[in-house]
Design a protein around this ligand. Structure first.
Ligand code: NAD
Length: 477
């Protein structure tokens, strides 16, 4: 066993495995190398899938209460190492330490809460002639693929339900943020049978190898819509089961009856938490024209006071963009907005320093068709938009290829619930945002995804229904 900050190895068949080649993981605040990790070869990936396949029958037949214990152990191991995990997280992901610690703590909480979930058995007939029960059995080997924005928690969203339901797993973190997951798997090696949880790290070939692998039964994928489509194509060859949690362009609708001062902090956080790198962040904010100026002023003041900096520095409230390609994408979106003559009421000017820093930026009422409104920025750039009429704003919100989540801010909760039913998204929050718990089903509509994660619906996505029907003895006359 080594410390949390050095000697990164993959976990394959319960053992630590290194590779002939490595990839460097950079600190996005300094662009310096934090550590090198194995670049998994195709043979090693095959070994990981074979280890998961070998472990499957034993794990499937392990009583669920024993499987629960492994999840509780995960929570214990995370909690016992939370300070180091949080620091490692900041080094690779960039988020300031307090936010990093929240993600680590939430990972422990998630494992422990999923451990308490039940797999239902439904009796669909209990007549004189027949007893019919539907059980939910594990699928086999699951491939879990996760992005870099919440690399720890989103991995736990896959590990905990996959293992609880009796599947074995090969998890692939993003090449930009593999460190915390590699160390988590290392710390868990002695606490579960070999092959139940395998974690592999590598470059761009690794994801396609994994999704095309004939011994993988299900893919649980979180990432961009563009990659999600490739995953779906790859899964089609042998009809692998898939759950896709993809991109979004979530809208907030702010009605004229709100108390702007009371909700301004929440609106600001909804858009700029994790520097906007949240799939369910508010990426378009529609504000009624009567209160537009007041909301614009409240957000601008907060943007001016925000400290964007290295996550290890105490003063920083917002970290950098996590990686160079994403930094270039967000920069390009800002440049496009400027070229089109759009007005920034906050931010918009980039410094030429080290690190992938982008200031908190707000664009003042840009045209609906502008790129900054239509595209998922996935960075701290918010278009603030005016609306007059409710039907008009609902149409604008729904005119998106995405349908992940959204929020409505108003004192009239009943009316907001009616509006929620007219939004083409999987989740709507009223007077708050970004609330997802182990028991809340989370599902993207349109090009935001397919299937469900979390809640009982999400748990059952790691299973297949098995209906067992028993013919009863003929009843005596
Ligand atoms: P990405 O699609 O580039 O990468 C996601 C993961 O897929 C990474 O591990 C990557 O290595 C892997 N990958 C890349 N190409 C692959 C391929 N051809 N086959 C298989 N795997 C492949 O996404 P990203 O840039 O890491 O993450 C940002 C995106 O993720 C945003 O669009 C965001 O909205 C989305 N996201 C969605 C949710 C959700 O729950 N809906 C949550 C977080 C992030």
């Amino acid at each position: 066993m080594t410390g949390l900050f050095e000697d990164f190895s993959m976990t394959i068949g319960g053992k630590g495995v290194t590779s002939p080649a490595t990839i460097d993981v950079l600190n996005p605040a300094t662009e310096e190398v934090v550590a090198s990790v194995p670049d998994c070869t195709q043979d090693q990936l095959n070994e990981a899938v074979a280890a998961a396949r070998k472990a499957f029958p034993g794990w499937r037949d392990t009583p669920i209460d024993e499987r629960r214990k492994v999840l509780f152990k995960m929570a214990e191991v995370i909690a016992a190492n939370a300070d180091d995990f949080a620091r490692l997280f900041t080094l690779e992901q960039g988020r300031p330490l307090a936010g990093a610690r929240m993600e680590i703590d939430f990972g422990a909480y998630w494992a422990a809460e999923v451990a308490k979930q039940e797999i239902p058995v439904t009796v669909t007939e209990d007549s004189d002639q027949k007893l019919s029960e539907t059980h939910h059995v594990p699928l086999g080997v699951v491939a879990g693929i996760v992005p870099w924005n919440f690399p720890f928690n989103l991995a736990l969203w896959k590990i905990a339900p996959a293992l609880l339901t009796g599947n074995t797993l090969v998890l692939k973190p993003s090449p930009f943020t593999p460190l915390t997951m590699l160390k988590f798997a290392e710390l868990m090696r002695d606490h579960m049978p070999a092959g139940v949880l395998n974690v592999v790290s590598g470059g761009d070939s690794l994801g396609p190898w994994l999704t095309a692998h004939p011994e993988v039964d299900k893919i649980s994928f979180t990432g961009s819509t563009a990659t999600g489509k490739k995953v779906m194509e790859s899964a089609a060859s042998d009809l692998k089961r898939i759950t896709l949690e993809l991109g979004g362009n979530d809208a907030a609708i702010v009605m004229p009856d709100v108390d702007v001062d009371a909700i301004a902090d929440q609106l600001f956080f909804a858009a700029f938490g994790n520097s906007g790198q949240i799939c369910i962040a508010t990426k378009r904010m529609y504000v009624h024209e009567d209160i537009y100026d007041k909301v614009a002023e409240a957000l601008t003041v907060r943007a001016q006071h925000a400290v964007v900096g290295d996550g290890l520095e105490q003063a920083s409230n917002f970290g950098p963009i996590q990686n160079r390609p994403q930094f270039e994408r967000v920069k390009n979106l800002i440049e496009d907005a400027k070229e089109k003559g759009l007005n920034f009421i906050a931010g918009g000017d980039l410094k030429d320093d080290k690190g992938y820093f982008i200031p908190i930026s707000i664009v003042d009422n840009p045209p609906e068709e502008s790129r900054v409104v239509q595209e998922e920025a996935f960075g701290p750039v918010l278009p603030l938009l005016k609306f007059k009429d409710l039907d008009e704003v609902i149409a604008r919100v729904n005119a998106s290829e995405y349908g992940l989540a959204g929020s409505i801010w108003t004192k009239d909760v009943e009316k907001a619930k009616e509006v929620a039913k007219r939004l083409d998204t999987g989740t709507v929050w009223i007077n708050h945002s970004m609330y997802i718990m182990p028991w809340t089903p989370f599902a993207g509509r349109k090009q935001s995804g397919m299937g469900v994660e979390n809640g009982q619906e999400g748990l059952l996505e790691f299973t297949a229904p098995l209906t067992i029907t028993v013919a009863k003895e003929p009843q005596p006359a």
